[in-house]
Ligand binder design. Structure first.
Ligand code: ADP
Length: 524
């Protein structure tokens, strides 16, 4: 019977014909008073999963969301549909908040959005005690995971909802989660009895491409000009400085680009975000501070000019492209320097060994995706526990890279690193190692007499670019590492020995000729 009520609300209030994917089962579970943990990709339609039960069940649906900046928009959109919705957060005048509280107590609200820090105040908890609650929805539930980059300590406090309101159904939702994070969410939010709804994470309309980084700004500009001129897109970079300089560069080249990062004032951020959402053809250059909860259907590309720190982060960021289902591009430029830099950042990061190990594993998975000779989508979805066949819509499927026997090349690199360390007690970064292998006489080789090393000039057969590819893959596979002195100098690892001694053959990846030309592959 509740089925027809839910469908009725979907059609009458929201104007949609039918439910999508798991929506109906999820809605039913919550209407019937059960808990749910919902994993659905961005754009999958999570909001209806708690909005409809809030309308069908008696009382008000309390939606916990960290996205204060979006609450107004969400409430406006619902109000337009005739849904009685409101929010409580710190940006509000007290008079307005008081009116909202009164409306809630009078049973005049279908949905009430609350920021987690607000919800956990005594005042708010007491308010909720006095009203009638239909359900609790915990949006962006991955914020409870201490390992993720969106961790919000307030989320840890939300487990008490269950103790205080044991009979009120709870639904936790996220677009980001491996099996591991899912378990963590269930544990930390005391959702042990919740039914898990895991949707397909495939986004077939997104074409994934990972190119070798060379002159990254120029590569980015080429990609935008040749494939997405005048279209909306997001460019992710790791630091504020890179965001600023890239936005400026694109503007100078006639692209309508704007910066977004946590160092900008809230007013500038809000204004830039509003322009991006409302206008066509704006490119947002941003740190990962931008995007959670952004609902813009026609983002045609998401570009990463720095290597993301994890596959989860990458997947979630790229998931902001093509939410309308039309073709979209996820483009990532990645090079040797990214690996060096990120390994170093992990070494220097605060936290204990377990934490660093976890970061290391996340990076390894990301590197595995970058260096794969298998379909990108197969790799990506396998990470989320889903198995598919080759997609035909990623760079590897469309233009397969070649594999070549890099054993000898790897031995040359590793023995250069070994000799410099053993014979001279010296460690160097990738650039100097490559100079030595290629027999290039520089100030530094002269100063240290490196021309006399037996490895000097043994690698003249490969180009600079090719050597960078070899070093990058050795680093990615953990056969070479960045030592922890913090200068990006290279050292051998446990695994290096087997390669050096010829006990292990090493197949490496080389971009196809076509891609190398169009990607203007060079160093990194
Ligand atoms: P998410 O929160 O999972 O990223 P949203 O809830 O914002 O996704 O939904 C994404 C888009 O899909 C919205 O524009 C929404 O109106 C639309 N949508 C959701 N469910 C349906 C449905 N059953 N039929 C048609 N459109 C839907």
């Amino acid at each position: 019977m509740s089925d027809t009520r839910a469908l009725g609300v979907l059609q009458r209030v929201f104007g949609y014909e039918s439910f999508r994917g798991d929506q109906q089962a999820i809605v039913q579970q919550v209407i019937d008073g059960g808990d749910a943990l919902v994993l659905m990709p961005t754009g999958g339609g999570k909001s209806l999963c708690y909005q409809i039960p809030s309308l069908v069940r008696e009382g008000t649906g309390i939606v916990v969301s960290p996205l204060i900046a979006l609450m107004q928009d969400q409430v406006d959109a619902l109000t337009e549909l005739g849904v009685r919705a409101a929010f409580l957060n710190s940006t509000q005048e007290w008079r307005v908040a008081r009116d909202v509280e009164q409306a809630f107590l009078a049973g005049e609200l279908d949905l009430l959005y609350v920021a987690p820090e607000r919800l956990l105040t005594d005042r708010c908890l007491q308010l909720l005690e006095r009203g009638n609650i239909a359900l609790f929805a915990i949006d962006e539930a991955h914020c409870v995971s201490q390992w993720g980059h969106d961790f919000r300590p307030e989320y840890l406090g939300l487990s008490m909802l269950h103790e205080r309101w044991p009979d009120v159904p709870r639904i936790a939702l996220t677009a980001t989660a491996t099996a591991e994070t899912r378990t963590e969410i269930a544990q930390r939010l005391s959702l042990t009895d919740a039914h898990h709804f895991v949707s397909s994470f495939d986004r077939p309309n997104i074409r994934y491409r990972i190119v070798e980084k060379n002159e990254v700004r120029k590569q980015l500009l080429d990609m935008i000009r040749t494939e997405h001129e005048g279209e909306s897109g997001v460019v992710y970079a790791l630091s504020r400085a890179r965001v600023e300089e890239t936005a400026e560069f694109l503007c100078n080249q006639g692209i309508d680009a704007m910066p977004y990062h946590a160092g900008l004032s809230p007013q500038v951020r809000a204004a830039n975000q509003a322009r991006f959402l409302r206008e066509d053809g704006v490119v947002m250059v941003a740190t990962i501070a931008f995007g959670m909860g952004i609902d813009k259907p026609d983002v045609r590309f998401v570009a990463h000019i720095d290597l993301p720190k994890s596959v989860e982060g990458y997947y979630q960021e790229t998931g902001r492209a093509g939410r309308d289902g039309l073709p979209a591009t996820a483009w990532l430029a990645y090079g040797l320097q990214d690996v060096v830099q990120q390994r170093r950042m992990i070494d220097e990061s605060p936290g204990d060994d377990a934490y660093r190990r976890r970061l290391g594993q996340q990076l390894d998975a990301m590197l595995g995706l970058c260096e794969t000779v298998e379909c990108r989508r197969v790799r990506l979805l396998a990470y989320f526990g889903q198995h598919i066949t080759a997609c035909g819509n990623c760079d590897v499927c469309l233009d397969p890279p070649q594999a070549w026997d890099g054993t000898v090349a790897a031995q040359k690199v590793l023995s250069a690193v070994y000799r410099l360390w053993k014979e001279r007690g010296q460690r160097y970064g990738a650039g100097h190692i490559i100079d030595i292998l290629r027999g290039k006489v520089t100030d530094r080789t002269k100063q240290h007499g490196h021309e006399t090393l037996s490895v000097f000039g043994v690698g003249e057969d490969l180009s600079d670019t090719a050597w960078r590819g070899v070093l990058r893959q050795l680093l990615a596979q953990g056969l070479l590492t960045v030592d922890n002195e913090g200068y990006g100098t290279l050292a051998l690892t446990e695994g290096s020995r087997a390669v050096l001694k010829g006990e292990r053959q090493l197949m490496l990846r080389r971009e196809s000729e076509k891609k190398a030309r169009s990607g203007k592959t060079g160093g990194s």
